[in-house]
Design a protein around this ligand. Structure first.
Ligand code: ZN
Length: 197
C-alpha cells in the first residue's frame, strides 16, 4: 500500500527529503509547505527552516507525498522520482544499467534508519529489514530487467526513480509498469516494472 510506513520508528535522512523538494522545480515552495504541514521542518517568515543533516519520521514524509499527490497530481511524483538519482551519490561499483538498478535498494536502505540505526551497513554490506525493497532480476538472454517494488513509496514515483537510474547508463532505456501484475495504487503490496533497452 502506498504512503503507509511498514513499521514505526523508521526515519529518512534530510538529504533525501531535500532532494525530493528540490525535484519539484517550479513547485518547490509548494513542496516546502506540504513538508512543513506534515511536520518536516517549519515555515518561518516565508522561509522553510529545515536541517538537511537531520532525520525525519518516514510516515510524516509519506504524508507529505500523499498530500502532494492529492493536490498536485501524480505527474509531479514522477518528475520528483526522476530527479532523485541526480542528487544522489553512487558507489564506484555502479558502472552499468544492471548495477544501477541493483544499487537503488542499497541507496534506499542507506538513506533510512530504524530505531536510530541506518538500514545498510557499508562495512559488512548488510541490508537490514523494515522498509521493503527495490527489486532486481535479470531476464536471461534479453536486455530486460524485472524490478519489483515492495515499499511504501507511490507507484509512479518509483517508476521515475527506476527510469532515471536506467537512463543514467543507457539513454535508450524504457521502463514499463506491468499492468498485468498487482499495483500499490490499488492497495496491493507490490508493483512490477520492466526495464528494457
Ligand atoms: Zn503500480
Amino acid at each position: 500500500m502506498q504512503f503507509k510506513a511498514f513499521e514505526d520508528n523508521i526515519e529518512v535522512n534530510g538529504r533525501t527529503v531535500y532532494a525530493f523538494v528540490d525535484g519539484m522545480g517550479n513547485f518547490k515552495s509548494l513542496g516546502e509547505k506540504y513538508m512543513s504541514d506534515a511536520g518536516i521542518g517549519k515555515i518561518k517568515n516565508g522561509k522553510w527552516i529545515f536541517d538537511p543533516e537531520g532525520w525525519y519520521p518516514q510516515q510524516a514524509w509519506l504524508d507529505g507525498f500523499a498530500a502532494i499527490s492529492r493536490e498536485v497530481g501524480d505527474g509531479i511524483l514522477y518528475k520528483i522520482g526522476c530527479a532523485i538519482p541526480a542528487n544522489a551519490f553512487f558507489p564506484p561499483w555502479v558502472t552499468d544499467i544492471h548495477s544501477a538498478i541493483r544499487s537503488i535498494d542499497i541507496a534506499y536502505h542507506s538513506n533510512h534508519r530504524k530505531n536510530g540505526k541506518v538500514l545498510f551497513d557499508e562495512e559488512s554490506g548488510t541490508v537490514y529489514e523494515g522498509i521493503g525493497h527495490y527489486g532486481y532480476e535479470q531476464v536471461p538472454g534479453k536486455n530486460l530487467i524485472l524490478s519489483v517494488s515492495n515499499n511504501p513509496y507511490p507507484c509512479i514515483f518509483d517508476k521515475g526513480v527506476i527510469t532515471a537510474m536506467a537512463q543514467k547508463y543507457d539513454l535508450k532505456a524504457i521502463v514499463f509498469h506491468d499492468d498485468s501484475k498487482p499495483c500499490r495504487k490499488n492497495g496491493a503490496e507490490t508493483c512490477t516494472y520492466l526495464v528494457s533497452w
